[in-house]
Design a protein around this ligand. Structure first.
Ligand SMILES: NC(=O)C1=CN([C@@H]2O[C@H](COP(=O)(O)OP(=O)(O)OC[C@H]3O[C@@H](n4cnc5c(N)ncnc54)[C@H](OP(=O)(O)O)[C@@H]3O)[C@@H](O)[C@H]2O)C=CC1
Ligand SMILES: O=CC(=O)O
Length: 319
């Protein structure tokens, strides 16, 4: 008998067919108030769960007594209660690697858009306000050859360093808990403390996972350490920063601008002060959102799920 798996996120048809070769798939294109009860009912006999973003915690797991594998179609797994999954012997997996280049493209887009004020000037032109040669107050700042600090030089961080260093001639500072020799050798990245990075960078790019150790790791003290001309970029998770402290730093002109793909609450509340700041460029958590990359992530998530259900060690098991 094929193992029953529940997919709770819109999936590419080819990936669903691939899953159906070995599994009985119950498919929810998305979860909402109407179908959530049915979803919980389906979990009763599910041996696998595949999607992203849903809190896989005690409340959910209590509805899923047969669960063997939870597979995220994302690299971040802050939605998983890892200690509880371990306690229950449930294998957890994610999708690192396949999205690095796409997310790095998005981050370079945020850096350029913020520094050169592209969305703001786009609005200015479209509103018919371009009447004369632009005054200096509307100029941007250079990106090329400025110092980029990367907090979290992992898969995505290294792909950002490659673009910034080889393409834009940017010297790279980075901070991790451990050294990244590849980034040092290939992109001349210099390892430093968090404080040295914040004080020495023109652009600070945050790319760590969200976990109890990193939650609010960037707050009032850290923004105060940045240059007044510094630009802050976050594509990790909104809760890795103290969002109120970022708002304050921008309001008090302690930093110049910010580019954000992620927020403490998603979708972001319409009255969040960040949304009314001209010097803040926002995206709706789309770091990896190209069709090509999302298919690769879905396929990898499906492969992880199947490997786990077969009793093997999936390629991307979370330890
Ligand atoms: N906006 C989007 O669409 C996307 C967001 N993400 C987010 O970005 C995160 C990173 O992705 P990815 O690069 O693939 O992950 P990796 O695991 O490859 O890299 C994470 C890096 O963060 C460092 N790190 C972890 N903990 C700390 C800490 N306490 N202090 C300093 N550095 C730390 C790690 O180094 P070390 O262990 O040595 O400290 C590592 O270099 C994901 O977990 C996800 O939350 C990822 C992809 C897309
Ligand atoms: O946010 C996206 C991810 O893959 O993590």
């Amino acid at each position: 008998m094929k193992p029953k798996v529940v997919v709770y996120k819109k999936m590419n048809a080819g990936v669903l067919d691939f899953l159906r070769e070995t599994c009985e798939v119950v498919y929810f294109e998305g979860l909402n108030a109407e179908n959530y009860r049915d979803f919980l009912d389906e979990l009763k006999e599910a041996r696998g769960l595949l999607g992203s973003g849903l809190a896989v915690d005690r409340e959910l797991l209590d509805h899923a007594p047969q669960l063997e594998v939870v597979s995220n179609a994302s690299v971040g797994y802050d939605n998983f209660d890892i200690p509880l999954l371990k306690e229950r012997g449930i294998v957890a997996t994610n999708t690192p690697g396949v999205l690095n280049e796409t997310v790095a493209d998005t981050i370079l887009g945020l850096i350029l858009a913020t520094a050169r004020r592209i969305p703001e000037l786009d609005q200015f032109v479209k509103a018919g306000q371009w009447a004369t040669v632009l005054p200096e107050e509307q100029f941007g700042v250079d990106v090329h050859h400025k110092v980029l600090g990367i907090i979290g030089m992992g898969g995505v961080g290294t792909a950002v360093a490659k673009r910034a260093n080889l393409g834009f001639g940017m010297p790279i500072l980075y901070h991790n808990r451990t050294r990244n020799e590849e980034a040092e050798k290939l992109y001349g990245a210099t390892y430093c403390t968090l404080e040295e990075l914040l004080a020495g960078s023109d652009y600070v790019c945050l790319m760590t996972p969200l976990n109890p150790e990193t939650e609010k790791m960037i707050g009032k003290r850290e923004f105060a350490l940045m240059k007044k001309t510094g630009i802050f970029i976050n594509a990790s998770r909104g809760k890795v920063i103290d969002e109120a402290a970022l708002i304050e730093a921008l309001e008090n002109k302690e930093i110049l601008a910010a580019g954000l793909d992620v927020f403490a609450q998603e979708p972001v509340e319409p009255d969040n002060p960040l949304l009314s700041m001209k010097n803040v460029v926002t995206l709706p958590h789309v770091g990896s959102a190209t069709s090509e990359t999302r298919i690769k992530m879905a396929r990898l998530a499906a492969e992880n799920l199947i490997a786990g259900l077969r009793g093997g060690i999936p390629p991307n098991v979370i330890h």
